[in-house]
Design a protein. Structure first.
Length: 409
């Protein structure tokens, strides 16, 4: 394995044991994702499908349906002119019959497309899509890990079942695995998900240009909220689910109010099954005047333009898309030191890192940023330069072109 720019890819001689493919004008890639819910995986899958179409590649996207409590980003595919095949039964709430139906449909579509490469995103798509691609005789099967479910999500039995499934896929079904950070690769090796030689590193790539130039929207979001320019706005963006640790952030806000008289508000962008519980916590802490829940928003560039800094309180993360976008907008961040976060945020240089499940430490970091606008600006400017072009989509597309070519004889 060698390093090629920001990603580690295979030697370029194809996967051992594969027969050379006949000459063709384009490499056919079928990309399958469990669902296009709000988050980094959906953006990743759509951008790759949209931009890996042309003289050398032909891409098709298959996607399941979002869960009932999730925001839907399928509009992103339409915005990029990327029609996709909706596999209705491919979802977390399908049940056994739905799972079997989605599996049969995936086999049918993959065979019809005569794919050279199938690239799989999120667990259910990796499982059923991987088996379907194996049955369909696809030359190269790749799975992309955006994060993992090995800690912090489920109880012991379900976690053990997930680990067993991941190991079976990694060792016996997949030809290659893509980790989106060095830390994630180390975790996959530690959990014995696959032989180390099969794991390559290719960081995420996002459409960051709209965040680099978001200053033109300054003032619009504050006017919408009816908030004065002097009020410091702290943003948090993401699903309202246990793994995001928002209960600790709310506790931290309560502690901040006891430590400072700063005029600030916490703006929560996102939704999920915990919203009711979090709103109740806000009420019990008597911080209703300091916290606003906005639900899902898809005009984040306008919101980031008026935020002063961004917080993340997750218990586990892959590569935190909300932080990358905020940093591209020149915003300081305070975040928990978990998963792939330290790959994105350098402590005291581009942001402040704190321990997870520690409201006191988080409150001290927030209080520090509230009282130091110069520090916020300094961290934000460094953050902007640190994420671009490392996480820009143009870098991702070039990496993936080289990577896919290297996998085929």
């Amino acid at each position: 394995m060698r390093d090629s720019g920001p990603c580690a890819v295979s030697s370029g001689e194809g996967i051992e044991g594969l027969s050379p493919l006949p000459e063709r004008s384009r490499i056919k890639v079928v990309r399958i994702i469990t669902r296009l819910n709000v988050g980094g995986p959906a953006q990743h899958a759509v951008l790759l499908t949209a931009r890996l179409n042309g003289d050398r590649f032909q891409s098709k996207l298959l996607a399941g349906t979002t869960d009932s409590h999730e925001g839907d980003m399928s509009f992103l595919a339409e915005n990029h002119g990327t029609p996709f095949v909706r596999v209705e039964e491919l979802c977390n709430e399908a049940g056994l019959f739905g799972d079997l139906k989605s599996f049969c449909r995936l086999v049918k579509v993959i065979k019809k497309e005569k794919a050279d490469i199938v690239d799989l995103h999120l667990l259910k798509a990796r499982f059923f899509g991987g088996l379907a691609a194996k049955i369909a005789g696809v030359p190269v099967i790749v799975e992309t890990f955006h994060g993992h479910l090995f800690t912090g999500y489920f109880g012991r039995l379900k976690t053990a079942a997930i680990l067993t499934t991941e190991r079976l896929l990694g060792w016996f079904v997949m030809h290659r695995l893509i980790a989106i950070s060095e830390i994630q690769k180390e975790e996959l090796i530690r959990y014995r998900i696959s032989p180390a030689r099969k794991i390559d590193i290719i960081p995420l790539g996002l459409d960051l240009n709209k965040f680099l130039d978001c200053s033109k929207w300054r003032g619009e979001f504050r006017r919408e909220l009816g908030v004065a320019d002097a009020t410091i706005l702290i943003g948090v963006v993401g699903r309202l689910v246990p793994i995001k640790g928002l209960c600790y952030l709310l506790d931290a806000v309560s502690q901040v109010l006891r430590a400072t008289d700063a005029d600030f508000q916490l703006i929560v962008v996102g939704d999920g099954p915990l919203r009711g519980a979090l709103e109740s916590q806000v009420s019990s802490l008597d911080i209703e005047k300091r916290v606003r829940f906005l639900g899902w928003r898809f005009d984040l560039e306008k919101i980031y333009a008026d935020l002063d800094f961004v917080a993340l309180s997750s218990l586990n993360e892959g590569t935190p898309v909300s932080l990358i976008e905020a940093m591209a907008a020149g915003k300081a961040v305070v975040a928990t030191r978990v998963g792939g976060v330290p790959d994105v945020v350098e402590h005291e240089k581009t942001g402040i890192l704190v321990s997870p499940k520690n409201p006191l430490e988080l409150s001290k970091a927030i209080t520090r940023l509230l009282g130091n606008p110069r520090l916020r600006n300094c961290l934000g400017e460094r953050a902007r330069f640190s994420v671009y072009p490392k996480y820009d989509v143009s870098r991702l597309i070039q990496d993936m072109k080289e990577y896919y070519r290297s996998l085929l004889p």
